[in-house]
Ligand binder design. Structure first.
Ligand code: AMP
Ligand code: MG
Length: 334
């Protein structure tokens, strides 16, 4: 049975478990992570096993700040420094050449490592108390919906003796933006709540390539290994598809669970899961309503396409684009 523990008690037990090479789930501002000692290959292997994550999908290393990040990478560069100073603690993950002390299993056998300082007091306290970097993939069985509250984690690993440190609901709600700084030109590998424009501005207006649109697009460095960016992911167990606003408004089938921002009407009152039409609130609530819709016993889930055309601020648009990427993979068959 998984156990949810309050902050201070959870951190104390969490540190003990991390020292024993056991996984511990912890909150971040994006989603809950499945933590393990990043310098211990056995501890990291236990995380892959628990999640049933393919060994080819590298993990993000979580640090308490720039000083710890410097110890994880071969060389900290000016671009990394600019982004970390502007946005850490926060939802942006930086990919650089890995330090020799980082076991290959963390990086799926590659030469680069992804590193991030999370903006959550419990995550920072855990890393500080442990005294070293911890890996933290999303704390869900591989391919499933990411967890944004401790109950999601406990439900996902109910058969396991996993400690989940309670940090409340995650306020960003979707995974971090991943930026590759190993080459001369920065590349975005995964979208998140921090948009490409914001990151380009942080780098003094320099060009940032969006590799998420076309992973085959050139990057000055060797293409980073990021197989986690393609294929089905974030998936409910219930069949799930995208719906237009017209379809959402016209939904009359009580066997369909509807996740929608434009309507709160549905023939079966228990089957409607409203989301905000504002980008940040939509992202913060998305995984929570996906978990709820998946648990309500419906035959199918429809997710109304977010109002991306109505976004006026560039960063609002960036958040909706990041959301759309998750929705595409959540509704992908196969
Ligand atoms: P998750 O832990 O589920 O949020 O996924 C982490 C994602 O970060 C992976 O799927 C990769 O896309 C990306 N990532 C992690 N490490 C690396 C790396 N060394 N190079 C490129 N991308 C990485
Ligand atoms: Mg994940």
């Amino acid at each position: 049975m998984s156990r949810i523990l309050e902050g201070p008690e959870g951190i104390a037990l969490g540190v003990r478990r991390l020292s024993e090479a056991l996984p511990v789930a912890f909150p971040t501002e994006t989603v809950y992570g499945l933590g393990a000692d990043a310098l211990n290959p056995d501890a990291v292997a236990a995380v892959f096993a628990l999640k049933r994550r393919p060994a080819s999908n590298p993990l993000i290393v979580h640090v308490s700040g720039i000083a710890m990040a410097r110890g994880v990478v071969k060389m900290w560069n000016d671009q990394a420094d600019a982004i970390a100073r502007a946005h850490w603690p926060g939802p942006v993950t930086i990919v650089l050449k890995k330090h020799d002390s980082i076991p290959g299993v963390v990086c799926a056998g590659g030469e680069t490592v992804a590193v991030r300082c999370p903006a959550h007091p419990v995550a920072l306290a855990l890393i500080e108390a442990f005294g070293g970097p911890i890996v933290g993939p999303s704390a869900n069985p591989s391919g499933r919906i990411s967890p944004t509250c401790p109950e999601h984690v406990a439900d996902g690993f109910s058969e396991h003796d996993l400690i989940v440190i309670d940090g409340g609901a995650c306020h960003a709600g979707i995974e971090s933006t991943v930026i590759d700084l190993t080459g001369d030109t920065a590349c975005i590998l995964r979208r998140g709540v921090l948009g490409i424009e914001t990151l380009s501005n942080t780098l003094g207006g320099t060009k940032v390539i969006d590799r998420t649109r076309d992973l085959s697009q050139g990057c000055d460095s060797e293409p980073a290994r990021s197989p986690g960016l393609i294929g089905a992911h974030y998936q409910p167990r219930t069949p799930c598809r995208l719906a237009s606003t017209d379809e959402a408004l016209g939904c009359e089938n009580a066997r369909i669970a509807l996740i929608a921002w434009s309507t709160k009407e549905h023939p079966a009152s228990g089957q409607i899961f409203p989301l905000s039409d504002s980008a940040h609130e939509y992202a913060a609530g998305l995984y929570r309503v996906m978990h709820m819709a998946d648990a309500c016993g419906a035959d199918e889930i429809w997710i109304e396409l977010p109002p991306i055309g109505a976004a006026t601020e560039p960063n609002e648009r960036a958040v909706f684009e990041a959301v759309l990427e998750r929705l595409a993979r959540a509704t992908q068959s196969g």
